[in-house]
Design a protein around this ligand. Structure first.
Ligand SMILES: Cc1cc2nc3c(=O)[nH]c(=O)nc-3n(C[C@H](O)[C@H](O)[C@H](O)COP(=O)(O)OP(=O)(O)OC[C@H]3O[C@@H](n4cnc5c(N)ncnc54)[C@H](O)[C@@H]3O)c2cc1C
Length: 386
């Protein structure tokens, strides 16, 4: 199956990385995105080692290391600033064989765009897909039609192609908390420049981690009712209110944020789904398994999807449908438990059952750092490149 033409809908992390891998494997690839200009939603992302290894496999290890932050340690602090746990990440890095990289989303997306050796058609909103014996046809709002042998739907959490694949609508679910995120210049009075610091308390978090360009990617999260309004003019006031009385670095961070360059999403997830494939159409990334960010694995799973899709398309020669069925089986087994684990963690962190969150706070101060890194390692090592 070497002369395949593959249509990818969505130029996010998942669609772009899959496009690079499929091109490298010798396939013809066309990527389409609905936006007029590619600008990622959100400021940063922490790529754990399983995601970084996929980029290494694509030959992108070096550019990734250039834009990634150097994160040697992880610290949990109580909201007042008291240190709960100080975790050296080197044992983890040695165990899994690759350091994780927090990275600015714009840098990651630009790096992927730069390394996709083809054209990305912007301003093409896909509105439907059909398939028959001969292949697939994607239809776009602007009247364009794209024909290929198979279609990869990497169209994100609000995927419209998911309904086609599943033959029913599955809506993402609000998981009960709001996340503010952005970038600020690194400054030692905020946090040590090689450390991911997480302040916890009142079922909320305030966190900073180093990304390339001497910046911290920061986020705050707070349990809130659904439907609160995101108004940049109010971000600082909101955060001052929610984090009143928290440690000095948290207050300084709020003072320094630039509300115009922040995102404030309500956190949703979706799944586990029973299916990712219909014939010659395959879901990839958030379209198939939108994951709460509390494990830092959503983007990493999208990267793994692309790797495995490429692998089955290059190593099986029975039929496209057969290769996609193998892809589906493999990826449901891997990504669905990650969706569930991330949801459980989100609930634990954000006080779904306040007693469980209280126990977690207690555990943070007593836990052996090796237990923390070994739990992270387990998730990483369950991936395809261990
Ligand atoms: C606050 C937050 C923090 C996170 N932190 C992490 C983290 O630390 N680590 C991690 O690994 N993951 C993290 N994630 C998850 C990660 O962001 C996602 O899993 C990842 O972006 C999914 O990539 P994707 O390519 O599947 O989808 P997306 O990045 O959403 O890309 C989808 C693309 O499809 C396009 N599109 C949509 N519909 C159409 C259409 N009809 N026609 C054409 N184009 C279309 C969109 O414009 C978009 O460009 C986080 C998520 C959030 C919300």
């Amino acid at each position: 199956m070497h002369d395949l033409k593959i249509i990818i809908i969505g130029a996010g992390i998942g669609g772009l990385a899959a496009g690079i891998g499929l091109k490298q494997a010798g396939f013809e690839v066309e990527i389409y995105d609905r936006v007029k200009e590619l600008r990622p939603v959100g400021a940063g992302i922490s790529l754990w080692s399983n995601g970084v290894k996929v980029l290494n496999r694509l030959g992108l290890g070096q550019p990734m290391a250039q834009i990634g932050g150097r994160m040697d340690k992880m610290q949990y602090r109580w909201k007042t600033g008291d240190l709960l746990n100080d975790i050296d990440l080197f044992p983890l890095i040695e165990q899994v064989g690759q350091r994780p990289y927090p990275v600015a989303r714009a840098d990651l997306q630009n790096m992927l765009i730069e390394h996709f050796p083809g054209e990305i058609q912007l301003d093409h909103k896909c509105i439907g897909v059909e398939q028959d014996e001969a292949g697939v046809t994607a239809t776009f709002e602007n009247g364009h039609q794209a024909k290929g042998d198979l279609l990869v739907a990497a169209d994100g959490v609000r995927s419209i192609l998911r309904e086609y694949v599943l033959n029913k609508t599955v809506e993402p679910q609000y998981r009960g908390y709001v996340n503010w995120n952005g970038l600020v210049p690194i400054s030692p009075d905020l946090a040590p420049p090689n450390t991911w610091v997480v302040y916890v308390g009142e079922h909320k978090r305030a966190s900073m981690m180093p990304v390339g360009g001497d910046r911290f990617y920061f986020f705050f999260d707070v349990p809130m009712a659904k439907g609160t309004v995101a108004n940049p003019d109010r971000y600082q006031a909101e955060l001052r209110e929610h984090f009143s009385g928290w440690a000095e670095p948290v207050q300084s961070l709020i003072d320094r944020i630039n509300p115009e360059q922040m995102a404030r999403p309500e956190i949703h997830d979706m799944g586990p789904l029973p299916q990712m494939v219909r014939g010659k159409v395959a879901l990839l990334g958030d379209a198939a398994h939108t994951t709460c960010p509390d494990l830092g694995q959503g983007g990493c799973q999208a990267l793994e999807d692309g790797l495995i899709l490429t692998q089955y398309l290059t190593t099986t020669n029975i039929s496209i449908e057969y290769a996609l069925m193998r892809y589906e089986r493999d990826r449901l087994d891997r990504a669905n438990p990650v969706v569930e684990k991330a949801r459980q963690r989100a609930e634990m962190i954000h006080g779904k059952d306040p007693d469980i969150t209280q126990k977690w706070y207690q555990q943070l101060s007593e836990e052996d750092p090796a237990a923390v890194t070994s739990a992270i390692s387990k998730v990483i090592m369950a991936g395809p490149l261990h």
